[in-house]
Ligand binder design. Structure first.
Ligand code: TRP
Length: 452
């Protein structure tokens, strides 16, 4: 077995580097594509409200749990469960389930991420009057094009993972995250001053609580786990590179806040943009009167709007928006690939080089299958995201709360947070891990799946 001390496996260089990397993992298509889409599908502000509740009341405590398990053991998810679970197979299986979910999520995520890159080209083709090329490259049902862009995206992901923890992941996200936030804020500034945007803001910010159904809560919880990168051990892995000097609850709070803020901002951009598009004559409702959502929202309404704006400004907005999406996706795919890679390095003595290429290549095969049948994405989302991640989160809570014990976790957190034992956090967090989060997750899973 490989040496499991953190220094030989790699380490974050700085606290900011870690927070940006973890926030980079969290901020992704889930925030900029998934969240606004879900808001549009689920009655606007009501979804926003329930989502924030899920993120802070369930997501944040689970994030602290994952980071602590990772730092205590200095291992990947399987290794961490093995070490804390006295080598019992039953517990290592939780880690294996997480890795499986991560691999499957990475497979479909790579295809969608490929679309974001192809749409950068679409915007340029349109600007230069090559509208046939623009239509051709932006056809998300075109298998060969999907396959090419998925391959390009996986190539980019593997090349960053090859660079390792601080020189690869940390350096790349430190550069990309601030750029992403800047592009987002500039675009919001523009959209909010345009005609039609006001209606969208109202839809987004004034909740109609009669829209809250078990289905909505189920979606909001799945979205919170996905968006915060929880439930499959990505943050166990990132926690394993964290120094004992860092304050885990504080770092987790920053990451949760950053992620929720960016999701909120993305909604503030996309929802008003839809209404602004409508004011410009772009249809935003389908035949049955529902807001266009899912693939159509980002990959149809928005490009139409950018074309409507037209000229150089349309190109700048269009190309930077899809470039922004690609960046956000890349900082997320690296965290998804790092999990199985760290598992292969720790548990199977593989070199980083071999593990990244082998696993990246393997996942790409699944992505290629999805490229030719994109309806698989919906199936994967239900199994590995909406059910898989909350289930993983549930098992993490039960394991930590009743086997490893919250007191032991708090002792680990004392490194970097010396006064923790007498803090309110030490009184409240265990209740969330042992009772509130698992019950809420279980109830939601059962009612969302129509079992109760
Ligand atoms: N959080 C990312 C997003 O919002 C996706 C992601 C990255 C993820 N790593 C993960 C989801 C680990 C679940 C588990 O797009």
């Amino acid at each position: 077995m490989a040496d499991s001390t953190t220094t030989s496996r790699g380490n974050w260089n700085s606290k900011l580097g870690f927070i940006l990397a973890a926030a980079g993992s969290a901020v992704g298509l889930g925030n900029i594509w998934g969240f606004p889409t879900q808001v549009a599908e689920n009655g606007g502000a009501a979804f926003l409200f329930i989502y924030l509740l899920c993120a802070f009341a369930i997501g944040f405590p689970v994030m602290v749990a994952e980071l602590t398990m990772g730092r205590k053991t200095g291992r990947n998810p399987v290794g961490a469960f093995k070490a804390l679970g006295d080598n019992k197979l039953m517990y290592s299986a939780i880690g294996m389930w997480g890795i499986l979910c991560g691999v499957m999520i990475l497979a479909f995520y790579t295809v969608i991420a490929g679309w974001t890159v192809s749409y950068v080209f679409e915007e340029f083709f349109f600007y230069f009057g090559m509208s046939e090329w623009a239509t051709w490259i932006s056809d998300t049902g075109n298998g060969p094009i999907n396959a090419v862009f998925a391959t390009v995206f996986m190539g980019g992901t593997v090349s960053i993972i090859l660079g390792g923890v601080s020189d690869g992941i940390e350096r790349a996200t430190k550069l990309m995250m601030p750029l992403l936030i800047a592009i987002l804020v500039i675009m919001i500034g523009y959209v909010l001053t345009q005609p039609g945007a006001g209606v969208g803001i109202k839809e987004y910010l004034f909740p109609d609580f009669s829209m809250v159904t078990p289905g909505l809560i189920f979606s909001a919880m799945g979205q919170a786990f996905f968006s915060l990168s929880l439930g499959m051990g990505a943050l166990i892995t990132y926690g394993s590179y964290l120094s004992k000097k860092e304050n885990i609850p504080e770092a987790a709070a920053y990451v949760t806040l950053t992620d929720a803020t960016i999701a909120f901002l993305a909604g503030l951009l996309i929802i008003p943009t839809m209404y602004m598009a409508q004011a410009q004559g772009v249809p935003i409702f389908d035949e049955s009167g529902n807001l266009l959502a899912s693939v159509a929202l980002i990959f149809q309404v928005l490009p139409e709007l950018f074309h409507e704006i037209g000229g150089l400004l349309g190109l700048i907005f269009g190309a930077s928006f899809f470039f922004l999406l690609s960046l956000a996706a890349l900082t997320s795919t690296i965290s998804l690939l790092e999990v199985p890679v760290s598992y292969a390095i720790d548990e199977h003595d593989m070199s980083r080089n071999k593990a990244a290429k082998l696993i990246g290549g393997g996942v790409l095969i699944i992505s290629l299958i999805i490229s030719f049948d994109t309806s698989l994405i919906d199936v994967f989302v239900v199994i590995f995201n909406e059910v898989g991640l909350p289930l993983g989160g549930f098992l993490i809570c039960i394991f930590l709360g009743y086997y490893w014990k919250t007191d032991n976790a708090l002792k680990e957190m004392e490194n970097g947070y010396p006064g923790i034992m007498t803090s309110i956090f030490a009184k409240v967090w265990p209740i969330f891990i042992k009772v509130i989060a698992p019950l809420a997750i279980l109830y939601n899973l059962l009612s969302g799946l129509d079992i109760i």
